[in-house]
Design a protein around this ligand. Structure first.
Ligand code: C5P
Length: 217
């Protein structure tokens, strides 16, 4: 049986997407970046001037909102938003939208539908809410300083300006928001393996998770 689900959760900048993508390729399963879905919704609602507090308008807007996967990216209502959802501005606003029940409800079935042939998925509630029956659940974390350092380096590598202290502050704020929200808060799922990657590189984390996953395949 190769149709296993590997659920990877953890705080911002722990390396989830890098590692999840590499694990998926290694073990031959599709990869789903659920943070991108929340980012695309935040992008859309913000552009339409809809505040995170406005549940009614959020529901209305989401009723006709179309998300489509394209190779290596995401389309929102026919616009390629792959790059637009990776800005510091979206980093800053995404969690307030992601805390809304209307937003989370709109994404549950879409996420589960991707798992028909097995899946490696990363996010905040993969193991706790979306895929509680996943064969393998990983909570991938690292110290806040190390996570901020990785984000900082990512930005510099992309040729963008970056301020380490500012990034650290934002990373800590976003994690607190995600961990203390009422619906689907970020926390280790029952039965998960907690992996601290503070002193591991992406290749080591990928090896560790792939070898755990292969036991179920
Ligand atoms: O993983 P990424 O940084 O792209 O996630 C952006 C935000 O989307 C998170 O800070 C969180 O608020 C939200 N999110 C979520 N549930 C998920 C994935 C992301 O609430 N499964």
């Amino acid at each position: 049986n190769n149709n296993i689900v590997v659920a990877i959760d953890g705080p911002a900048g722990a390396g989830k997407s890098t590692v999840a993508r590499a694990v998926a390729e290694r073990i031959g399963l599709p990869y789903l970046d659920t943070g991108a879905l929340y980012r695309a919704i935040a992008w859309k609602l913000d552009r339409e001037g809809i505040a995170p507090e406005d549940g009614e308008r959020i529901s209305q807007a989401l009723a006709s909102f179309r998300l489509e996967f394209i190779p290596g990216g995401l389309m929102a209502d026919g616009t390629d938003v792959t790059a637009a959802i990776r800005t510091p501005e979206i980093d800053r606003i995404v969690s307030a939208y992601a805390a809304r029940p209307e937003v989370r409800g709109a994404l549950i079935e879409l996420q589960r539908a991707q798992a028909k042939n097995g899946l490696v998925a990363d996010g905040r509630d993969m193991g706790t809410v979306v895929f509680p029956e996943a064969e393998l659940k990983i909570f991938l974390t690292a110290s806040a300083e190390e996570r901020a350092r990785r984000r900082y380096k990512e930005r510099l590598d992309r040729g963008e300006a970056a301020d380490y202290d500012e990034i650290l502050k934002q990373v800590v704020e976003r994690d607190n928001y995600d961990m203390t929200r009422e619906i689907a808060p970020l926390r280790p799922a029952p039965g998960c393996i907690i992996l601290d990657s503070s002193y591991m590189d992406a290749a080591q984390v990928t090896d560790a998770i792939s070898s755990l996953a292969s036991r179920f395949m």
